[in-house]
Write a protein that binds this ligand. Structure first.
Ligand code: SAM
Length: 247
């Protein structure tokens, strides 16, 4: 069964976009995932095909109408092969996307993704439908489409048969709660810089120990937030373990 992605958007022509090339594009051609963009405007009911209106209470910008967006959601088969797919909305206030959430989504039947534009959605939409809000970071995009592409790219590379070696993803950043160790390749010397001796030693135990130590040091120095959580979970501190579970 392939991973089914339905994207509700005002710009369906943005899909599959960059996901039509490289790993994701090949996986699409092989039928490992399906890309089904849906034009929200098709569910407008007036002759101007309006999807947005001015904000109640005044202010700048426009707001996506709850009735039109809900009609689009309801029309989409939110079921795939008998299993319900999560309905996600891209919003800056949503729960930050994590590798853990990506992995869980990639193991499911697919996703339905709602892409905002303008000032975002009428709040009543979130009260009237079971929607999981997802953010891809603490910055503001002009629309949810880029966020949807990011989320889908992260999921697709984890689908069975998409990445070359089955273990390719296992040691990557965030998989173990740590950043990944640094990589090197030929030439052995570049601008006077050499590859660390241990990586040329052929001693797999020493290499593994070096990589583990570097992953820990880099995480501690670059991402103290991740390090604190990792350490908390490792020593079994209830706060650290709970935080990892929550994310
Ligand atoms: N008025 C909103 C606010 O201040 O939170 C920003 C709306 S933004 C210009 C338009 C749309 O882009 C949003 O509805 C959402 O779908 C998408 N978007 C913007 N930033 C995002 C982010 N960091 N993560 C996910 N989606 C985002």
């Amino acid at each position: 069964m392939s991973f089914a992605a339905t994207i509700l958007t005002l710009y369906p022509e943005m899909f599959p976009g960059p996901l039509g090339i490289s790993l994701a594009g090949r996986a699409l051609n092989e039928g490992r995932w399906r890309c089904d963009p849906v034009q929200i405007r098709d569910y407008a009911t007036d002759r101007h095909r309006s999807v947005d209106d001015t904000p109640a209470g005044g202010g700048a910008g426009m707001v996506l109408r709850a009735d039109v967006v809900a009609a689009a959601i309801d029309a989409v088969a939110v079921r795939s092969g008998g299993e319900a797919r999560p309905l996600l909305a891209m919003t800056p206030r949503g729960r930050p996307l994590t590798q853990q959430r990506v992995r869980a989504l990639a193991q499911g039947p697919g996703v339905v993704i709602l892409c905002g534009r303008f000032e975002g959605f009428d709040e009543r939409l979130f009260e009237g439908r079971a929607i999981e809000e997802v953010s891809i970071g603490d910055y503001v995009l002009s629309g949810g489409e880029m966020g949807a592409l990011v989320l889908l790219d992260a999921c697709i590379r984890l689908l069975p048969g998409v990445m070359g070696a089955p273990s390719s993803g296992d040691e990557e950043s965030f998989e173990s709660g740590l950043l990944e160790y640094p990589h090197y390749t030929r030439p052995a010397e570049w601008e006077g810089r050499t590859i660390p001796e241990v990586l040329r030693s052929g001693d797999h135990a020493r290499i593994a120990a070096w990589r583990k130590a570097r992953a820990e040091t880099d995480t501690r120095l670059r991402r103290p937030d991740l390090w604190e959580r990792h350490e908390g979970a490792r020593v079994g501190s209830p706060s650290g373990a709970q935080r990892m579970k929550d994310e």
